[in-house]
Design a protein around this ligand. Structure first.
Ligand SMILES: [Zn+2]
Length: 466
């Protein structure tokens, strides 16, 4: 409500002097309006639902929301009155540009990396992004293993309107000590420097600073580090250096953690989020809760056969239960970077509900982890996510009520992204997203990888982070 009148006022003042010279083109007034009737509208913050609401959308933004909103004459009307609408879902840890598989690499991504070019992986990322969006995920935090910055290319392509996809929060390359998560042979490491670009090696303080700046320069929206991928992992002081350097670029640090000692160092340093839960325990959870450190636990369900074991799953469920009891800030995260035959990337991601249910987390709390907390860990909660007047019009709809049964989220029938319908009646509609040239450069640049105001051909790519 507060946004539109202010914008209109500003437009009047600027347009005034021009009006005498240029024929009036009231573009904002003429922009088509979409009105959506929804049977139920969920507010994940309060865990409640309002009945029979109308949402108005114009210029990609929500412009009115309520039970008594009048539908303007000429508006395109979408009837979701038999459905429940809710904000888009967030996967806080995915790898859109990596798809390892049983054949031919026996699920070893070192082999995937050798077989597949950055270009191919960027195209995979485009497809995986659409698969995630079709599953209801409108935001994906993409944490590395994306070849040569394919994640950032995807973000730019979506922002520029070349194709539909979720809002991507890309990390660029994972920064780690020598070898990253690979264990290359001497020839491959020394003669062929094979670790790069899957990882950016940073073993000294100078290299840490350079690594953070390089990712920020190329458009990263979060810095991902390997806290303890190797025995020589980062010290508390080194993690603090990452955090301080990232902060200069307005970025947070997400840490891959696989040992309790590494988790302790990350917590002591005050890291933003801990990725993976395998090393976390009651003591560490209590410290995370006290410091407000996000837990992106990537809790693989036992139903994704071959990607966890019964024993590991039992520990995962117990760990999530303990984290919830300790009030650790929880996000929904998958670490999805593989192919499960018969499932889209979105279907793989939503399968993780199985673990959350097994841990006894109430539906409204799972929904909070998948929405509000997801926007917060992605640091976009004031820009995108909540269904609120003035926000980008992103939302999904399902036939059931996820507050009654969270499994209702397995049947996303409708998806709107930036005011454009991506999925309706369960069918993906891509046409309205496709353009013969870049779009959106004039749309404020609020979340564009390239600022709208940047002159063409000068510093555009590097200007992604303020
Ligand atoms: Zn991962």
């Amino acid at each position: 409500m507060s946004r539109s009148p202010r914008l209109l006022l500003a437009a009047c003042c600027i347009a005034g002097p021009l009006a005498a010279q240029v024929p009036a083109t009231p573009a904002a007034a003429a922009a088509p309006i979409t009105a959506i009737r929804v049977g139920r509208l969920i507010d994940p913050e309060s865990g409640t639902a309002a009945s029979n609401q109308v949402l108005l959308v114009q210029n990609g933004l929500f412009t009115a929301i309520g039970a008594n909103v009048t539908i303007p004459a000429g508006a395109r009307v979408i009837d979701l009155s038999r459905m429940t609408a809710l904000p888009g879902l967030v996967d806080s840890h995915n790898h859109l540009a990596l798809t390892y598989k049983e054949d031919p690499e026996r699920n070893e991504y070192y082999i995937t990396y050798i077989h597949e070019s950055s270009e191919l992986r960027a195209i995979e990322a485009a497809s995986n992004g659409m698969q995630m969006l079709a599953g209801g995920f409108t935001v994906v935090r993409d944490l590395g293993n994306n070849a040569n910055y394919a994640d950032i290319a995807l973000r730019q392509a979506i922002d520029q309107g070349w194709l539909p996809g979720p809002t991507v929060i890309p990390s660029g390359l994972i920064i780690g000590g020598l070898g990253g998560q690979f264990s290359p042979t001497p020839q491959m490491e020394i003669d062929h420097k094979i670790t790069y670009p899957e990882y950016l090696e940073a073993d000294t303080r100078d290299e840490i600073i350079k690594g953070v700046r390089r990712n920020a320069l190329f458009g990263a929206r979060v810095i991902k580090i390997c806290v303890d991928c190797k025995r020589w992992g980062y010290t508390t002081d080194e993690i603090k250096l990452f955090i301080d350097e990232a902060a200069k670029a307005g970025l947070k640090v997400a840490g891959h953690v696989q040992t309790a000692a590494g988790a302790q160092r990350a917590i002591d340093a005050g890291i933003w989020s801990i990725e993976h839960a395998v090393a976390l325990n009651d003591t560490l959870h209590k410290q995370m809760a006290a410091k407000g450190i996000w837990r992106a636990g990537t809790e693989t369900p036992v139903t994704l056969v071959g990607h966890t074991t019964a024993a590991a799953y039992e520990r995962t469920v117990a760990g999530l239960k303990n984290a919830f009891a300790n009030h650790v800030p929880l996000t929904f995260s998958t670490d999805a970077d593989y192919y499960v035959p018969g499932k889209t990337r979105g279907e793989v991601a939503i399968e993780f509900l199985t673990t959350w249910k097994a841990a006894g987390i109430p539906a409204n709390e799972i929904l909070r982890a998948m929405t509000i907390n997801g926007y917060k860990v992605a640091t976009i909660e004031n820009e995108r996510g909540p269904i609120r007047v003035g926000m980008p019009a992103d939302f999904i709809a399902v036939p059931g009520n996820p507050l009654d049964s969270i499994d209702a989220l397995r049947d996303v029938q409708f998806v709107m992204k930036d005011g454009t319908v991506f999925k309706k009646d369960g069918v993906i509609l891509v046409g309205e997203f496709l353009h013969g040239g870049p779009q959106n450069r004039g749309r404020g640049g609020r979340d564009a990888a390239t600022p709208a105001a940047a002159p063409a051909g000068r510093g555009g790519r590097g200007g992604g982070v303020q």
